[in-house]
Each structure stands twice: as structure tokens, then as C-alpha cells.
Design a binder for this molecule. Structure first.
Ligand code: ATP
Length: 539
């Protein structure tokens, strides 16, 4: 039976990744280790570009976001407070016949080890009842390997941001609304790692926690909370934005980011979580999907897409949890609120007080606090409004680096098969990366490697560009071969230094041929103009 087209594409991508040094299986010489992947020379550059673009977009190009780089192992109490120790688990089932182990919610998609081409349901083996399997990797800190030394490799980067919220607030001169961004490794002992790097056990995340004022505070300061306009980008942030406008803003900002690096809107999909899917504390979550070849299809046969990033409006749950569990205050003082509150009519104060108090009580009751204690605490919290105090809410855009790399590779892949005069079939691959993410920006090539004048000039061009971008110098083989190698690596531009560069045609002295990857078009550019031509395209 023919392989489905999407599997063929995935196979081609996996094989190209290995052949060209994008992604290798971890520990391959020892047979590999399931769910772990290494990035080779081209993959490492691609990944670095993606993370740097994210970092620049989310922090350096904004006034209202700052960065953090926290440790992977943190106090285990953090994971208790966040809920990961008790609830970060997948339902796992075992097949008594084939001994396969599966996620209970994904059995229709997983290959049975005894009949790899069949799905588990066809195995017909008796399955165990689902058991909760915690996804956190455990380790021990210090020489003793007992319960008191248990620690976890972080399953997400976000919690460090909440735990360090007060330190950052106090040292960064930021005021709510503002965000804290972090890029780093996360670890999940996934029951069934699959689809190449899509579901790995070690991966990287790019997360932003954007702290905002609760809607009651906005109402106290601005009179009312902005209504969310029609779908689309709501524009520049406004002081009267509540959580809905901020949530929509971040969804659109993140889509704009994906478009800037070459993933057009039609390659993406959206999943708005239903009330049943939402975590109890979340107000809304929108997942941005990418139409991976292995995605499920909708009724019309169109790829639906798989999650690339989730953008969640998480209320004040996270900071509240850390306040409750650590005993350290996580609230902020807002002078604007205090002043505004004093000027509000009594009935408005009462209305806002009551709504804030109800929300706080709802949160406290959900965490298991008794009704009496919850009422007392919620009353205290609501009384804080008059003093300008509240616990910020948060919008969390959380993206996976590795899934994005896989999306970029899939999106860029294009191949063509040609048969030459002798009947030899040749397949050429072009990776059409956006220049911003391409691992190599420019290939620099002397026409001939045995002509010292050409080589010297080519070195000059390479050294001119190198401090600004990743350049690959290639003097081996025919120019056509060299172009093809760069096409396969996804290099958007190649520069050839030829005899005209040296002045054979005097009017072309100190110019080079610039060749475009996607259409093979060539143009002549002065060496002195190269940086001004290239830089805006790769940044
Ligand atoms: P999924 O439902 O696919 O397991 P999730 O909803 O658990 O993902 P989050 O906890 O929201 O994922 O993590 C944020 C992002 O981290 C995801 O959108 C994804 O890009 C990335 N991510 C999560 N788990 C993995 C994994 N096992 N391998 C690679 N990337 C991951």
C-alpha cells in the first residue's frame, strides 16, 4: 500500500535534516534515545536565529517587556504551588498483548509495536485502565537520594517568571502592565514522543508572562473597560484595556511574528479552547496551530494543524498560588488606583469591591480553602483596592522552539525531479527559508579556486560580511553544484566573485554576481553596497 503523501513528506524532511546537519537523533551511535534530538551545524544556526528574533521582538523592541534567565532546577515547592506535582499528568494505558504503552487520549493515532503499520486499535489487545502518569522528570539534589532531596527538571519555563515576579518588578523600573520573557529548556517525560521533534522529552520554550491590571482596577481608573473590537489586531495598547483586549492583542502580535519569519496566515490555524477544555482558572486560551503534514484533517479534508503556541489568559491564578504557598506577598501597589478609588462614588466602589471579592473568593475556594477562610481572605484582598493594591492578572503566550523549527523546515521544503539527457534522474531540494531565519545568509564563492586574485577578493567579501551575518565560503566544485548545495541549506543569496569583479570589464570592477535562491535570478551589485542591500533583508 502506498504511504500517505504526508508521511512521504515527513520522511523526506527527516532524511534531509540528517543528511544536511539540521537535526540528528540524540546518542545515535548507541542506538539513540527516544524523544531526544540534537541540532547539527545548520540546525543550531536556525534555532539560534529563531530564538534571537523572538527575544528581540518580545523584549528589545518593546519598552514594556524585560527578560529573565532562570535555573532549570528550582525549589520543588514551586511545582507543588503551580499544580504540576499533583496534576501534570497524562492518562496512560498499556496493551496486554503487544506490551505497547500509549496515551489513552491518543490511541487512534499510535502505531502498535507488533504491527507498526497498524494503529493500536487494530491490535485488539486487552488494554489496562488509564493511569495518571506524571510528566515531570525527577532528580535528586545533593548526595542523599531520599524523598527530602527530590527535585524536578522544569516542565515549563513560566513558573520561574512567577517566582521572580517581585524581584523583577523591584529592579526593572517596570509598572503593570508589563511582561517578563524567558527562553530555555523544558523537560517532559512524554508517554509517547512522536512526529520527529514535535513531541520531544527535552525541548525549548519561548514564554512571555504579560502582567495586566484586573478588569475591576481598569474600571476604577478609566471608568470602563474597552470593548474588544472586531477580530483582528486591536492596535496600540490603551490604558483602558482589560484582559480580553490584551489577549486578542497578543494573539495577533504572535501571528504577526510568524508572518515575519515566513509562515503566512494560511499555513496557520487557530483553536479557541472550549469551556470544557479550559483550565479552571483560565479565562480564554487560543492555540496557534501550524498545518504539519501529520495534522488531523477537518470534514473537508483540509489539514487542521497542531499546536505551535498557546496564548492563555490565566487570571491571577499563578501569582495567587505563589503568594498562598510561599507566604510572600505577590501583589503590587498602584498609585493611580489609589487616587482613582478615592474619587469614585460610593456605589461604584461597592460594585467593584463586590466583584473583586467574588473573584478572589472563587479562586480561594477552588484551591480547597474553607468557605470561612476564603471569605475572610477575599474581603481583605478587596479592601486592598482602596489602598491601591491588587494581584496582577497574566496573559501568557507560550511557544515551543522545536515545533517552530519543524514548522519552518516543513514550510520551506520544496523539491523537483529532473531527468537529464542520459536518463539520469536527479532530485533537487530547495529550502525556501525566510532570509531572517535562514541558517546561512550568504554563500561567498570565487569563480575558480586556483586564481589567487579571485580568492583574495572573495576573502575580502567574506570578511566584510562576516561580522554582520553567517557567511559560508565555498570554493569546491562547479558554481552550479555550489549553488545547489546552498539551495539545500536554505541560503537565500549567493555571491560570486569573477573576473569582472577584478575589472575585466572596467565598468564592473568591484561588483559581484548576486544570485537569488528561489528563482535563480542574478544581478550585479557593488561590493560597497552589499551590506546596505543585505542587512534589511535578514533582520
Ligand atoms: P500539547 O497539548 O501538544 O502536549 P501543551 O498544551 O501541553 O502541548 P504547553 O504546556 O502549552 O503545551 O506548552 C507550550 C508550548 O511548548 C507548546 O505550544 C509547544 O510548542 C511546546 N511544547 C510542549 N510540549 C512539548 C513537547 N513535548 N515537545 C516539543 N514542544 C513542546
Amino acid at each position: 500500500m502506498a504511504e500517505p503523501k504526508e508521511n512521504v513528506l515527513m520522511e523526506k524532511i527527516v532524511s534531509l535534516c540528517k543528511r544536511r546537519g539540521f537535526i540528528y537523533q540524540s546518542s545515535e551511535i548507541y542506538g539513540g534515545i527516544n524523544g531526544f534530538w540534537d541540532y547539527g551545524p545548520l540546525g543550531a544556526e536556525l534555532k539560534r536565529n529563531v530564538k534571537e528574533l523572538w527575544w528581540n521582538t518580545m523584549t528589545r523592541l518593546r519598552d514594556d517587556v524585560v527578560g529573565l534567565e532562570a535555573t532549570i532546577i528550582m525549589a520543588p515547592a514551586i511545582w507543588k504551588a503551580s499544580g504540576h506535582v499533583d496534576t501534570f499528568s497524562d492518562p496512560m494505558i498499556d496493551c496486554k498483548t503487544c506490551k505497547g504503552r500509549f496515551r489513552a487520549d491518543q490511541t487512534d493515532e499510535i502505531a502498535c509495536p507488533q504491527k507498526p503499520s497498524k494503529c493500536v486499535n487494530e491490535c485488539h489487545g486487552e488494554k489496562t485502565a488509564p493511569r495518571a502518569f506524571n510528566l515531570m522528570f525527577q532528580t535528586y539534589v545533593g548526595p542523599l537520594q531520599d524523598d527530602s532531596a527530590v527535585a524536578y527538571l522544569r516542565p515549563e519555563t513560566a513558573q520561574a517568571i512567577f517566582a521572580q515576579f517581585k524581584n523583577v518588578l523591584e529592579t526593572s523600573r517596570q509598572k503593570v502592565p508589563f511582561g517578563i520573557a524567558q527562553v530555555g529548556k523544558a523537560f517532559r517525560n512524554e508517554v509517547t514522543p512522536r512526529n520527529f521533534t514535535f513531541r520531544s522529552r527535552e525541548f525549548e520554550q519561548m514564554e512571555l508572562e504579560f502582567f495586566i491590571k484586573p478588569d475591576e482596577v481598569i474600571e476604577a481608573i478609566s471608568g470602563s473597560v474597552a470593548t474588544v473590537p472586531d477580530p483582528g489586531h486591536p492596535g496600540e495598547p490603551q490604558p483602558n484595556w482589560g484582559w480580553q483586549a490584551w489577549h486578542q492583542y497578543w494573539v495577533e502580535e504572535r501571528v504577526a511574528f510568524y508572518e515575519r519569519i515566513g509562515l503566512s496566515r494560511h499555513t496557520l490555524g487557530f483553536h479557541v479552547q472550549t469551556p470544557e477544555e479550559l483550565a479552571h482558572y483560565a479565562r480564554a486560551t487560543t492555540d496557534i496551530l501550524f498545518k504539519f503534514p501529520f495534522s488531523k484533517r477537518d470534514g473537508q479534508g483540509e489539514l487542521k494543524g497542531e499546536e505551535l503556541e498557546g496564548i492563555a489568559a490565566r487570571s491571577d491564578f499563578d501569582l495567587s498560588q505563589h503568594q498562598r504557598c510561599s507566604g510572600k506577598p505577590m501583589g503590587v501597589f498602584d498609585d493611580e488606583l489609589r487616587t482613582a478609588w478615592g474619587k469614585l462614588p460610593k456605589e461604584k466602589q461597592d460594585d467593584l469591591w463586590r466583584r473583586y471579592c467574588e473573584n478572589r473568593k472563587k479562586y480561594l475556594t477552588k484551591t480547597g480553602v474553607t468557605d470561612e477562610a476564603a471569605t475572610k481572605q477575599a474581603t481583605e484582598d478587596a479592601n486592598g483596592l482602596a489602598k491601591g493594591q491588587y494581584i496582577p492578572h497574566v496573559i501568557e503566550p507560550s511557544a515551543g522552539v522545536d515545533r517552530l523549527i519543524l514548522a519552518l523546515l516543513t514550510n520551506a521544503y520544496s523539491d523537483a525531479t529532473k531527468t537529464d539527457e542520459k536518463g539520469k534522474v536527479e532530485t533537487t531540494v530547495v529550502l525556501k527559508f525566510h532570509p531572517r531565519v535562514a541558517p546561512i545568509k550568504v554563500g561567498v564563492m570565487p569563480l575558480l579556486k586556483n586564481k589567487p586574485e579571485l580568492v583574495t577578493k572573495a576573502h575580502e567579501v567574506r570578511d566584510l560580511l562576516r561580522p554582520w551575518m553567517n557567511v559560508f565560503y565555498d570554493d569546491g566544485g562547479s558554481i552550479g553544484r555550489r549553488y545547489a548545495r546552498q539551495d539545500e541549506a536554505g541560503t537565500p543569496f549567493c555571491l560570486t566573485i569573477d573576473f569582472d569583479t577584478l575589472g575585466e570589464k572596467p565598468e564592473l570592477l568591484n561588483t559581484v554576481t548576486l544570485r537569488h535562491r528561489d528563482d535563480g535570478r542574478q544581478e550585479r551589485l557593488a561590493i560597497g553596497d552589499l551590506l546596505t542591500w543585505l542587512l534589511p533583508k535578514i533582520r
